[in-house]
Write a new protein. Structure first.
Length: 390
């Protein structure tokens, strides 16, 4: 008789390890701009912010650290080992002094024209990480070249592309690598923030008989806006939220404007609020509160609390029926719907003589309030509440 062993529910599953595969030149240390070869201490320079944030990652998060580097012709006359070792030892000793120790150091010494499988993005030197003992889907490759992003794809991991966001995002999209790229940044503080707290993004789609709306949001973006609601002035003031808060915001709306503007404006606020609430996640580490701002003749204050309860206080009157193509009666309605959907307190006060300045000032003040309240400090990663829940 053959028996099949049963899974014992009391036996905890074996947890797999995770790793950060980190490039060296251009990611940990500045890559020499002319010959790209770090072969003397005179060329040695740390990437700003790397030591502090990598030390935080090493002491706080459960990743193995693996240095993976292509060093063209290392050990040959073109790049003698005695030229390589002083900068490498300085790097390792400095990081060790801050509690950062690499679990593995993998260096390929071939030249690019050899096309060896050991050279990034090849994985021939990384066989031990492909045995199933590592959770590669929860691991990351951090590097400043597209070959590092390709390595992440080849490993089944995700990439943190160390590049300027405004150019790096376009590069990974054009290379067809956006699906395996988790983050594009050239800021080690942002990397630590992401690895500790995760991404703060959301996409919400809402379709009714009156509107069809999609909102995509990245709370840790660069103030990029892509907004189309069918109402020019509404697009203008919504774009202020992105520009002045630092949030990346895409809003696409198809509404029944042949009826009037009401449903488009109200439903946009609802979907924006839902996206904001989703992107906030568990809210650990956020500042929670925010306020501000003057604009020419107007005194505009927007105070917010991302505390999980909705409330709106509105102290703003408009003497014109419309500003641009937006009815002024809808401004209060927009903020009420936003407060309800995002579960946030919003206090609005605006006084001035120019109606355009007044509402634009309110939206800019909202953006600056969000900028302050959304700021996350992963070094103090607690809920900003004595109740320990928001």
């Amino acid at each position: 008789m053959t028996t099949t062993p049963c899974n014992n529910p009391s036996t905890p599953p074996v947890s797999r390890r995770t790793a950060l595969f980190i490039d060296r030149d251009g990611t940990l240390v500045v890559e020499p701009p002319t010959d790209y070869q770090l072969d003397s201490l005179a060329k040695f320079k740390f990437i700003p912010g790397m030591i502090r944030n990598l030390a935080f990652i090493a002491s706080t998060l459960d990743y193995e650290l693996v240095m993976v580097s292509n060093q063209d012709g290392l050990g040959t006359s073109s790049f003698p080992m005695q030229d390589f070792l002083p900068p490498q030892q300085l790097l390792l000793e400095t990081l060790a002094g801050e509690g950062v120790h690499f679990d593995d150091i993998i260096i390929d010494t071939t030249f690019p024209h050899e096309n060896k499988p050991t050279r990034k993005p090849g994985t021939a030197l990384l066989g031990k990480y492909l045995t199933g003992k590592y959770d590669l889907a929860a691991s990351f490759v951090i590097g400043d070249r597209l070959t590092d992003v390709m390595l992440a794809r080849n490993l089944g991991a995700r990439a943190i592309y160390f590049a300027k966001p405004e150019t790096g995002k376009k590069e990974v999209e054009e290379a067809g690598l956006a699906d395996c790229t988790a983050l594009v940044t050239n800021d080690w503080s942002r990397i630590a923030d992401f690895l500790r707290g995760g991404s703060r993004t959301a996409q919400v789609h809402r379709h009714t008989a009156e509107t069809d709306i999609t909102v995509s949001i990245d709370l840790d973006g660069n103030g990029m806006a892509d907004i189309s609601t069918g109402l020019g002035f509404f697009d203008h003031i919504l774009s202020q939220i992105a520009r002045h808060s630092g949030i990346d915001l895409a809003i696409k709306v198809h509404g029944d404007l042949w009826v009037d503007e009401h449903h488009t404006i109200e439903d946009t606020a609802i979907v924006l609020g839902e996206a904001l609430k989703q992107a906030l996640g568990d809210k650990r580490g956020i500042e929670r509160y925010g306020f501000v701002l003057p604009m020419d003749d107007c005194d505009c204050t927007v105070a917010i609390d991302l505390g999980g309860r909705s409330w709106l206080l509105w102290d703003a009157e408009f003497k014109r029926e419309k500003i641009g193509d937006v009815p002024t009666e809808m401004f209060h309605h927009f903020f009420k719907s936003l407060s309800d959907a995002a579960a946030m307190n919003i206090y609005v006060s605006a006084h001035g003589s120019n109606e355009h300045h007044k509402i634009e000032g309110i939206f800019k003040a909202l953006a600056r309030a969000l900028r302050a309240a959304l700021r996350r400090d992963v070094f103090h990663y607690r809920l900003p509440s004595t109740k320990e829940t928001l």
